[in-house]
Design a protein around this ligand. Sequence first.
Ligand code: NAI
Length: 349
Amino acid sequence: MKKAIKKEQKAKDKLMKHNITLIPGDGIGPEIISETVRIIESTGVDIEWETFIIGAQALEKFGTTIPEPTIESIRKNRVALKGPLTTPVGKGFTSVNVGLRKALDLYANIRPVRALPNVPCRYPELDLIIVRENTEDLYAGLEHVVVPGVVESIKIITEKASTRIAKYAFEYARSHGRKKVTAIHKANIMKLSDGLFLECFYNVAKDFPELEADDKIVDNACMQLVMRPEQFDVMVLENLYGDIVSDLCAGLIGGLGLAPGSNIGEQGAVFEAVHGSAPDIAGQGIANPTAILMSGIMMLHHIGESEAAIKIENALNEVYTEGNIRTKDLGGTAKSADFANAIIDKIKA
Ligand code: NAI
């Protein structure tokens, strides 16, 4: 009998253990990822991290920016937590983020835009969701020199990817009790490409009659977001507009240090902040770990560890509500580690 109980417990423990691929990234990445791992582990959740380097570091060490073992690890574990990666501007290797999303077909980039308590920002009540198509558009990076002085950059929009992302957005809205999905486009100018995106959106909308579906031209959408963002609920955008509008939205709720995200596909999910490697503050231990920590909270929900996720979320909200420990981006003097310690103290209290 005792043996059987032990065996059952062992099986349970095995079920509770998670293998997760960890990519610390560049710049501030390793600083904020290590604090996030400390916080996650303080909840007692059982995770075995498999750490990999990609990008410039991998190029130097292995001669390739995305080594196959990294992809294999994510495929096997189906979950990764990733720090930001530096992409050289105007030269050098192509974006590793884009490469990773393509290699794993992580087609849906989900970016919640929600203010934290007691954080000074333009819209403390804001609560919207950005759903960004992650695999095509001008982001495909298909560029060539036609003749010296003339370059062509190709925008790819397909019915398959546009329909898939629209479905994701509507299904997300339905399962999360949202009321409205808005497609953002520039179909007045790019009548074929953005026109197709919009057509697919309204075709999918027919299967979700309980949800309101509308659309806005991207330039107007940006102005509306700054003036009256509460009119948006779930927004679905092509890759490039989604990238730009995400940073705009981060600005509405207190900055890039506070905006989390996830990249979801059939083969797995990679959780990462909206922000980049912040070379201007890297190595000083002053970056705000909140965005990557919130991505970690999304990850914990995703793997069924909602109890741990809620513990961290409550601690994070408490630390912000009290307002004593703030990193420099929010006007404070706390180091990344002080901030993480404050959260861990709350979790353990
Ligand atoms: P960035 O997001 O790295 O930084 C923009 C500004 O926000 C900087 O002033 C930075 O100090 C601040 N900031 C960003 N995250 C912060 C945090 N956690 N705490 C406090 N302040 C923070 O954007 P930037 O400078 O345009 O890009 C730097 C590099 O990051 C580039 O190589 C870019 O390609 C890459 N990048 C990578 C991304 C990813 O890995 N998912 C996303 C965006 C950019």
